[in-house]
Design a protein around this ligand. Structure first.
Ligand SMILES: [Zn+2]
Length: 150
């Protein structure tokens, strides 16, 4: 079984439960993050497949990092201050990676099992697609996660 999502700045979050052959692949933008999608995915894996959250390995793929993710007050107001850095009057940089990592940890994932890709889709020279850089012309980064039954 193969899961696939498309992202361009949003976070692709890969969840792998090696002991019970279960996987999850989450597309987390700021709205999904506010809705708690990463923690919800962990809870779903636990309920539906009996996954122990402590056994999960998580990988947050290339996404927009806090260096380039400036948001206005309407978005900033929805996040805890520990995920925000002030960047001028009524402007803040949002760290979606820390917000989603916190959700994964709260859901029981061990911090040392959360790996983050260092590339920012907006400012790295790696050829990744970025909605904020390319606007409506932006392509999408396609993410696959394959489950092999063992
Ligand atoms: Zn950046």
């Amino acid at each position: 079984m193969v899961l696939a999502i498309q992202v361009a700045d949003c976070l692709p979050i890969f969840l792998i439960a090696p002991n019970v052959s279960a996987i999850g692949l989450v597309h987390a933008g700021w709205r999904g993050t506010v809705a708690g999608i990463a923690g919800e995915a962990v809870r779903k894996l636990k309920e539906d497949f009996g996954v122990d959250p402590g056994s999960l390995s998580c990988f947050i793929g290339p996404s927009i990092h806090t260096c380039c993710y400036t948001v206005g007050r309407e978005v900033m107001d929805k996040f805890q201050t520990d995920h925000l850095t002030e960047n001028g009057p009524n402007r803040y940089n949002l760290d979606l990676i820390s917000a989603n990592s916190a959700q994964l940890s709260e859901a029981g994932v061990a911090a040392e099992k959360i790996t983050v890709d260092k590339r920012c889709t907006h400012c790295s020279e790696s050829g990744l697609h970025s909605y904020r850089r390319h606007g409506d012309r932006a392509g999408r980064n396609v993410c696959f996660l394959n489950l092999k039954w063992v």
